[in-house]
Design a binder for this molecule. Structure first.
Ligand code: ADP
Length: 513
């Protein structure tokens, strides 16, 4: 019968889920009969007509079972079975002997050669099928198990590769901290061989290591934490660790990623030291500034106060002189005396402004009270009554809030802003609109006029002490807006201006709640 592959297949039997069965008989009609009985099982049947042929096939194929005729010329079934068993590949292949004789001697010899069963002629198809089916199932289960084992092995290989590729030392432990797996970085970091790490308690490396909450098998990725660690030689080092747990059929496993934080700890210590030095220097500088500020404030206060007296004397004496010389002074001398008086009065005014500025700058320390801003604007307008009437000015004021603040600085603030709005008026009668709006951070007040306006390049400049833009046309000290800014800043707020020259200006004041 020669070549015996009777079923042409495209896929390999393993892929198609079929297994191979070898039928060996020197009698072709027997072979055909066996084939006809086993065909309905749907497996791949291979036929051999003598022992030699059967042996050759066993070298090339793995069979789920071999049906071996006992009586064959040249090499009988038993001899063939002996040779099959002698080969590694077919050592475990189940052999069923087919025989017409039911003798104990044959049975004994057959079982001794590793036969798993005997089939006696005449063959009962159902019995043959069900016996062979057992081996088919066995082979299938075996194949399945092998495949699973291969899958597992490759998954483990992938897992180990990932572990090795990790930038940190990785240690996998059970709940008690006993190390199950470690990557090569862990060896390097701790100075142990990997074999020495496996089975060891992680606490000998990281004494403060704790198992993450076991009631939470899939906790969110844990935050990094700093722990003290020990190398094999006992030397300590700071370690940055992150833990993650995962549930396996063998229980909870914990992956701990460990990084040597020595450099980081050094850098942190250095930063801390620099910060401390900086803080110390800032404190020293602040103290020095506070000292010189206080000295300057005292000097400005003393100067503005002590200069009052000599100025008053200059004014009084120049007035006496003009009275004494009544009628005898020429117009030139009279003018000179009047100029002395005027400038002395102006000096007095400037010193007054300076004192007010210093007072306002110091007012922030006082406790806040409840201030009705409507009343504040009324008080400011009352103080400016004459100016308002003289200029035919109109004041429109929206309802304003009641806030926690200081009344006096607020009155000074509104008074300065309203008086400026009138002073720096245009040809039109002054119209001043006051409004307030609430924002998340506090209140913003707006004082809008229809005056001559301010060039944007001076928006910041005008808030400085003695800064004036229209000094020659309008009287003033140039301190009003500086006082406003000092008052607002002392209350924790901010003042700024928006303006279009020729149209008018709006001063905004924001005060925190
Ligand atoms: P003073 O009014 O005494 O000169 P301020 O400090 O109050 O001093 O104002 C500084 C300068 O800002 C003023 O000299 C003026 O040129 C300009 N200024 C202030 N308020 C207004 C305004 N509402 N419209 C136009 N210019 C103004």
């Amino acid at each position: 019968m020669g070549a015996t592959l009777r079923f042409a297949t495209r896929t390999t039997p393993e892929e198609s889920g079929r297994v191979k069965l070898l039928l060996v008989d020197d009698d072709e009609s027997n072979l055909l009969a066996l084939q006809a009985i086993l065909e309905p099982l749907g497996q791949e049947l291979m036929l051999a007509q003598n022992g030699t042929e059967a042996l050759r096939m066993c070298l090339e194929h793995d069979f789920a079972a071999i049906l071996l005729d006992v009586r064959m010329p040249e090499m009988d079934g038993f001899e063939t079975a002996e040779m099959i068993r002698a080969r590694k590949r077919s050592l475990q292949t189940p052999i069923l002997f087919v025989t017409a004789y039911r003798s104990d001697e044959q049975l004994f010899r057959g079982y001794n050669l590793g036969a798993v069963d005997f089939l006696f002629k005449p063959i009962v198809p159902e019995i043959l099928q069900s016996k062979v089916n057992v081996f088919v199932d066995l082979r299938r289960t075996e194949q399945l198990l092998r495949r699973k084992a291969e899958e597992l092995a490759s998954a483990e290989q992938r897992f180990r590769a990932v572990l090795e590729a990790a930038p940190d030392a990785m240690v996998i432990t059970n709940q008690d901290g006993i190390i199950q797996l470690a990557n090569s970085r862990a060896d390097t970091l701790f100075g142990h061989s990997r074999e020495a790490l496996i089975g060891r308690d992680i606490h000998s490396l990281l004494p403060a290591w704790e198992c993450p909450n076991e009631n939470q098998p899939h906790p969110p990725p844990a935050a990094e934490m700093r722990l003290g660690a020990h190398r094999d030689d006992g030397s300590p080092f700071p370690a940055e660790i992150t833990r993650n747990s995962f549930l396996t059929p063998d229980g909870l496993l914990i992956t701990t990623a460990i990084r040597d934080a020595t450099d980081q700890a050094h850098a942190e210590a250095k930063i801390q030291k620099t910060n401390l030095e900086l803080e110390k220097r800032v404190a020293e500088r602040t103290a020095a500034l506070r000292y010189s500020n206080e000295a300057l404030r005292q000097f400005a206060w003393a100067a503005s106060h002590d200069l009052q007296e000599p100025i008053r004397t200059v004014v009084t004496y120049s007035q006496w002189l003009s009275q004494l010389m009544n009628g005898s002074l020429g117009s030139r001398e009279s003018k000179m005396l009047a100029t002395i008086e005027q400038h002395a009065a102006r000096l007095n005014q400037l010193l007054g402004g300076l004192r007010q500025y210093i007072q306002v700058s110091d007012s922030g320390q006082q406790a806040r009270t409840t201030v009705d801003c409507n009343a504040v604007v009324k008080a400011a307008a009352w103080n400016l009554q004459a100016m308002i009437q003289e200029n035919g000015a109109s004041l429109e004021c929206d309802p304003l809030p009641v806030i926690a603040s200081l009344e006096l600085p607020l009155v000074q603030l509104f008074q300065n802003l309203i008086s400026n709005a009138i002073k720096y008026r245009s040809e039109q009668p002054p119209v001043i609109k006051i409004s307030a709006k609430t924002e998340e951070s506090g209140w913003t007040f707006s004082i809008k006029d229809n005056g001559i306006g301010i060039d944007p390049k001076y928006f910041d400049y005008i808030f400085g002490v003695f800064r004036r833009l229209h000094g020659s046309q309008k009287s003033g000290t140039g301190i009003g807006l500086a006082i406003c800014r000092a008052a607002v800043e002392r209350l924790g707020g901010r003042i700024w201006v928006e303006s279009t020259p020729g149209t008018g200006s709006t001063f905004h004041v924001s005060l925190p709640i």
